[in-house]
Design a protein around this ligand. Structure first.
Ligand code: SF4
Length: 416
């Protein structure tokens, strides 16, 4: 056998959105490491906590959910989950929490390190599991926890009473952080941050909406990678610029008939739920090999926040996916399916995320009916690889493809 000749990968284009977004995502961690090394206080922050607050105050924060996703995607999910289970945490707890609690104890994960926190910023607009997870960190490390309570909203709009309740807590958090860190709030700086965050969000949402084109100018799995910047850096100028580059690339792709989805786009689906990070390649290949492009997911759009003032910010954080009622959640997804010409819905029943998956059975039934598209679901987990079956996934995706094929009037792959 001759020696294997390895193909050299072309050097990444430093002007491309992919390169810029990758750099920003990595810098989010290195900036925090450097801040800690300089002796500054560093926080751990929930992904749907209003990042405009620490950003305006000039505080360095990192994101345990993002870290857990990175650890899981790079193969460390089972090791970290098992570590927490060995300490008595139930296997039923969210895997992000188990990974994070293990990291709190070990203080090291080769897949993705980040500095230990001096305070934690928690917000339950995402789930109530997070309160206990962050309380544990605060208690174990003997550090302050700033908690914002954003109640589940049964209405379509955010009422004045709810806005007032949230506004008071946002100011409470700002004053607590000023006291803990010695940093000062500046209205002028807040205005800048708000504008940058709006720029990032508008460009991001416009980029994801390019899936309206036939074929889509991107592979939907790209969004799962790029969204890390929306989680960790949406209030930073370089993030806004990179998102604008991404939008331009997608528009250019459309003009040129190009796409980052290589191959023929035979079917277009919406993916529901958090990605299976430990099985990203398998879940992606299972679609790609059948000509299926996952063109849209509410998970990516969830990190675009558009508002004009402080009260608008309060309302925006009360309209995130897990804080919304079933009807509003359903209608947002129906709009995504219709705008993006979706032909099928693939639902990840995520063992970690009971809140998200709990009402998905009924919601997906209603979406399927309203959009006249087939719906299939598979069992999985965002960070614990033990809760996923490759064979089950494959069977469900095959079934979905066969129904989409039949709906197009063609023959299923199995009959060829
Ligand atoms: S994955 Fe679900 S349960 Fe886990 S932190 Fe996020 S919202 Fe909460």
């Amino acid at each position: 056998m001759g020696e294997e000749v390895k193909k050299k990968r072309p050097a990444p284009d430093p002007n491309s959105a992919k390169y810029k977004l990758g750099q920003i995502a990595a810098k989010a961690y290195s900036d925090c490491m450097e801040a800690k090394a300089r002796g500054e206080m560093v926080g751990w922050c929930a992904s749907n906590f209003p990042v405009e607050i620490p950003e305006t105050l000039g505080l360095s924060v990192c994101y345990p959910e993002n870290q857990a996703a990175a650890i899981a995607a790079r193969g460390g999910g089972e090791r970290m989950c098992s570590e927490s289970e060995g300490d008595g945490y139930s296997n039923d707890l969210c895997a992000y929490a188990r990974v994070s609690l293990a990291y709190m104890k070990l203080k090291d994960a080769p897949e993705q390190n980040m500095p230990m926190p001096d305070f934690v910023l928690c917000c339950n607009n995402i789930c109530n599991c997070m309160i206990k997870w962050y309380e544990n960190i605060a208690r174990e490390l003997d550090i302050p926890m700033i908690m914002i309570d954003i109640p589940f909203n049964p209405d379509y709009e955010v009422s004045d009473a709810e806005t007032e309740y949230i506004r008071a807590q946002f100011w409470g958090a700002i004053h607590q952080l000023e006291k803990i860190t010695g940093k000062k709030w500046s209205d002028e700086r807040y205005k800048e941050v708000m504008e940058i965050s709006g720029r990032s969000s508008r460009a991001w949402l416009a980029a994801t909406s390019c899936a309206k084109y036939l074929p889509s100018p991107f592979n939907g799995f790209d969004l799962l990678n790029h969204m890390a910047v929306m989680v960790t850096a949406r209030g930073k100028k370089e993030a806004a610029e990179a998102m604008e580059t991404l939008l331009k690339e997608y528009e250019d792709n459309h003009e040129k008939g190009d796409s980052t989805y290589h191959g023929e786009e035979k079917y277009r689906i919406m993916f529901e739920g958090i990605a299976c990070w430990p099985w990203l390649r398998v879940t992606s290949t299972g679609l790609k090999s059948r000509g299926i492009n996952m063109v849209t997911t509410i998970y990516a759009d969830a990190f675009g926040f558009i508002y004009d003032d402080f009260d608008g910010m309060c309302r925006a954080y009360a309209r995130v996916p897990n804080a919304m009622n079933l009807e509003l959640s359903r209608d947002k997804r129906i709009k995504l399916c219709k705008d993006n010409h979706v032909e099928g819905l693939l639902v990840h029943t995520n063992r970690s995320c009971k809140l998200w998956s709990g009402f998905m059975a009924e919601m997906s039934r209603q979406i399927g009916r309203a959009c006249d598209i087939p719906v299939v679901s598979f069992d999985g987990d965002q960070a614990d690889p033990r809760n996923f079956s490759e064979a089950q996934y494959d069977t469900r995706v095959q079934g979905l493809m066969e129904i989409m094929e039949a709906n197009k009037g063609g023959r299923s792959d199995g009959n060829r």
